[in-house]
Write a protein that binds this ligand. Sequence first.
Ligand SMILES: *[C@@H]1O[C@H](CO)[C@@H](O)[C@H](O)[C@H]1NC(C)=O
Ligand SMILES: *[C@@H]1O[C@H](CO)[C@@H](O)[C@H](O)[C@H]1NC(C)=O
Ligand SMILES: *[C@@H]1O[C@H](CO)[C@@H](O)[C@H](O)[C@H]1NC(C)=O
Ligand SMILES: *[C@@H]1O[C@H](CO)[C@@H](O)[C@H](O)[C@H]1NC(C)=O
Ligand SMILES: *[C@@H]1O[C@H](CO)[C@@H](O)[C@H](O)[C@H]1NC(C)=O
Ligand SMILES: *[C@@H]1O[C@H](CO)[C@@H](O)[C@H](O)[C@H]1NC(C)=O
Length: 680
Amino acid sequence: MFRFTARQVWSCFCATTAFAATVEAITSPIVAKGPPCVTNNGAVQVTADCVDSTYNTVIIDAEQDFATPVAHRRVSGHFSETNIDFNIYLPKSGWDGRFFQLVYPLQNSTAEDHEIGFGADSGGYTNHVAGGGGYRADAAVAKLSRTIAARYYQSDRKIYGYIYGASGGSMVTVGAAENTFDVWQGAIPLVQAITISNPNSFCIRAMASLVLESQKEKIRDSVRPGGDGSPFSHLNALEKEVLTEVTELGLTLESFEDWEGLAGNRTNFLHTFRVLIPPTIAALDPTYVNDFWTKDGFLGTEKSDLGDFYRKSVVEFNTTVKSVLIDSAKVPVAFTLAKSPSTLPAYGLQATIKSEDGKSALGQFTIQITKGSQTAEIDPGQNTTVLAMISEDSRIQVDNRAWLAGSAYHRYQVPTQSDLYGYDYLRKADGTPKYPQRNVLIGPTIARNASGGATYTGNITTKVMVMDSLEDFDAFPWHADWYRTEVKEALGDRFGQNFRLYYTENADHYLEPVPQDQLTRIVSYHPAYEQHLRDLSAWVEKGKQPPAETTYSVSHGQIKVPASAAQRKGIQPVVVLTVSGKTQIVTMARQAVSFKAHIEVPPGTGSVTSVEWDFEGTGHFEAAGSFEKGKAVLDVTASRSYQTPGTYFAAVRVTSNRNGDANAAYAQVANLGRVRVVVN
Ligand SMILES: *[C@@H]1O[C@H](CO)[C@@H](O)[C@H](O)[C@H]1NC(C)=O
Ligand SMILES: *[C@@H]1O[C@H](CO)[C@@H](O)[C@H](O)[C@H]1NC(C)=O
Ligand SMILES: *[C@@H]1O[C@H](CO)[C@@H](O)[C@H](O)[C@H]1NC(C)=O
Ligand SMILES: *[C@@H]1O[C@H](CO)[C@@H](O)[C@H](O)[C@H]1NC(C)=O
Ligand SMILES: *[C@@H]1O[C@H](CO)[C@@H](O)[C@H](O)[C@H]1NC(C)=O
Ligand SMILES: *[C@@H]1O[C@H](CO)[C@@H](O)[C@H](O)[C@H]1NC(C)=O
């Protein structure tokens, strides 16, 4: 078998000027040769030349030409002896010497059409690598892709690369930005997760979910457009304490408008929390649940209203197994109970298999019981060794203690880094934690795992733009400000030449399209990062200064931005919608209501390309009236009468584009203005 190195491929195809007119298939496998990559503090340091021993042999599986979404060649391959595969999408025309690479720990190797189209429209080819290898497999593909692109485009120009990723993908991106050298020239972590995001942010949301569920309507009404903006004033002391705790730690007040997403199950939150968090805590901190309910200083034993609330929330019963249902692999999937529970908790249930004498616990897993049913369904992904112990007559204890304890875990996971300032709420004046702390901090372990070794030192080796969303209840906005400080400390006076932080208003965490029913309050952040990627490449390749960072302040765990675009900066248009000059109006059916949208695009970032209205707040937008094209600051008015009494949250959605091009398929940066209309 003929093997050659990446460098040899380069020399075969690039050292000669006479290229074949048609491209031949790449000989496979490709074995990288060079000095081994070194490891620093547990993270593999990938340079342009070194070889990562795990990802050193590539098998090219196919090369095919496609006509959509743009004419391109797709080179597909995988790393030998791994389950990581990848695709490289090379547009036939318009290539301008760069590539883009979206990363996410759980993604497969297929890029979305939109991603390939954006790359092509931005002069780039697209790399897409299956997740699971941290940044290392991505880096190996980035390096290999240069060789493949040089051959395909018959060019020896320098190729610039840009890595970006959202949420868990932001961890991979930071791993890359801190541990690779000249593999990518720029990086964009989106809706940034940091060392304390998982599991703590889930726990914080779960605490809100548990305690504030009964007050969700009042809080929602207060934070919505035209609301009184003081949700605390509607709560009792206990509820106030919890809303203070969760918002000081970073849960954004505005996001309480979407209670079902934040704390309910619309985003699968309750389900995800239940099946993921108690088992993760149990694996990494096995004595926690017991300590929570028995030891001094923990909420489970605390003499306080909140402590009482938690104890009253315990649901527990003992029973035996009547029969076990198994799947084709003989793994138990459900079992029937001798006794049906009288009450079921709103939140998670854990089952503990007891020894025959009932004294010791043999193992735990999570289950679901539907009200009135005697069948317990076992959640997918549970420990099969434990499940194998279930049999007829097994003694089972069912309770929600692990879930309850999990919803306060953040209290005992105060980061040791004092500059993670949101956690000051859980620290005393002298900086020490208010509550007893666990021996392990599990957040940094999870972050390291997802990113492939990132330690979040802020010592970035490429230019980085972070983009965060202000209504995000998964990635808390102040976390990105913290990372910015880390970079500033690490880079010193090189900071301004290498880093930007942008916040996007009325945006959430969505990696996928925003659901229809949320479109009235949330815009997709994808067009904004498309523009950031273009700004990043112009900064890297041409030294063109990107737009100024978003101006913001931090107060009580919340990020605040100025009301005018000129002050706020960044790249997102700012929209102030009013009805008769106010944020809310009370009117009568069939009476005309006049709306005015004041729109400002930050100076130097383009002009308005669309104005659409959603008068009923259903997420269905329509064009209404006209507006002057090519302007960066303008007022647009509209009028509407409502036929049916009710409360409407009317919205106007505005987009701007750097070139003022309304027909551009990408980088139409969006924002919303909203008001409340009460029709009697
Ligand atoms: C890869 O992931 C995408 C997006 O999540 C999905 O639509 C597609 O079906 C997946 N492809 C394969 C081959 O699993
Ligand atoms: C809600 O939770 C259940 C299980 O508890 C799950 O099956 C369902 O898919 C979840 N998501 C939504 C959107 O209802
Ligand atoms: C369930 O059994 C355990 C001992 O295995 C006991 O401590 C607990 O009180 C019992 N719970 C109920 C509700 O009977
Ligand atoms: C599954 O449970 C068994 C028995 O308690 C334990 O030894 C094993 O480590 C668990 N496996 C995982 C992956 O947690
Ligand atoms: C992450 O954790 C899993 C399970 O413990 C392990 O198999 C995997 O190698 C880890 N990945 C990294 C990149 O550390
Ligand atoms: C940051 O990384 C560079 C290598 O890129 C190294 O020379 C420098 O010492 C590091 N700085 C800090 C503060 O660790």
